[in-house]
Design a protein around this ligand. Structure first.
Ligand code: SAM
Length: 288
């Protein structure tokens, strides 16, 4: 018998489980902008529908209208769940690896060579997602300064999304997350765990002394006083409009002293955003 080829309906033509009109999309979009600074493009309609539908199901609600009412009633925990559902957490170990090379060659190696173990070094991973970024910083430190535990060096890892932050803190990764990582690194910093036929990798518990995880919304007042020698603010400001970015970097610049470093994501720039930094390399900025 000839196989039947099922036709795949266009998103618009697909029958939706919940009615989702323009007013729903605009209201949710406005709310997410207020809460997180994330500017969802028109093209994110399907993404919003898909992600928020999961919240409706979890809450046994039958319409987006009912969900909007719940959010408007100021239900704090649902507002957090709503933001968590819509923020994109994509990340990887040693993503944009030139930043880690720069950290090693221009910051950590000179410190080690000068034996400046009393210097206070603070590094902030400001949108750390599931932890790959701060653990990559930690591995870079451990590889460059083997006796780091005797140094005054600390990483602060923060994110808006409390669920992803809990995953980051747990530090356990499926085998595919480590694909491509140098086997020496895997052997040194991860413990292999076999459970129910699945293999996962647990980051070394030693890094608990190096990294502090904390929930921080970049749209709110930043609770730390600084100074922060290096800030990773990567692949998060793409969601913010220029005015929000300007306001954020005015606050971030106050946490850094001249010569301190700021790393942005590959498609991000401080052009027309801040003149308190100069561009010194590919998405690498120095505080003026
Ligand atoms: C794409 S991930 C970037 C992860 C990592 N920095 C990297 O470059 O691989 C973006 C992260 O930004 C977080 N985020 C979004 N809005 C935020 C805000 N207003 N404050 C803090 N974090 C936010 C999201 O929860 C998400 O984990």
């Amino acid at each position: 018998m000839k196989p039947q080829i099922a036709s795949i309906p266009e998103p618009e033509a697909r029958t939706r489980e919940f009615e989702f009109n323009d007013a729903d999309f605009q209201a949710l979009r406005t709310l997410v902008k207020q809460m997180t600074g994330i500017n969802l493009a028109e093209s994110k309609r399907e993404l919003v529908y898909g992600r928020v539908s999961r919240r409706l199901r979890a809450l046994n609600l039958t319409s987006f209208g009912a969900y909007r009412q719940l959010l408007q009633s100021g239900d704090g925990s649902e507002l957090v769940a709503f933001c968590n559902a819509l923020t994109t957490n994509l990340t990887a170990f040693f993503r944009e690896s030139h930043h880690f090379d720069y950290l090693r060659d221009e910051v950590l190696t000179p410190l080690r060579e000068a034996g400046r173990r009393r210097d206070r070094i603070r590094i902030w991973s400001s949108a750390c997602s599931s932890g790959e970024e701060p653990y990559s910083i930690a591995m870079t430190i451990a590889e460059t300064i083997p006796d780091w535990a005797q140094w005054d060096i600390k990483i602060l890892a923060t994110d808006l999304d409390s669920d992803i932050l809990a995953r980051a803190q747990r530090g356990r990764y499926a085998a595919d997350r480590l694909r491509g990582m140098d086997p020496g690194r895997v052997g040194k910093f991860f413990k292999e765990i076999k459970e129910g036929g699945e293999t996962s990798y647990q980051i070394t518990p030693e890094f608990e002394r190096l990294i502090t995880f904390k929930q921080i919304n970049l749209m709110h007042d930043l609770p730390m006083t600084g100074p922060l020698n290096v800030i990773f603010c990567r692949n998060v400001i793409i969601y913010f409009d220029k005015e929000t970015q300007r306001e954020l970097f005015t606050r971030i610049a106050r946490l850094q002293r001249p010569s301190h470093l700021l790393f942005l994501g590959h498609s991000e720039t401080l052009f027309k955003v801040s003149d308190e930094y100069s561009l010194i390399g590919k998405t690498i900025y120095r505080r003026c």
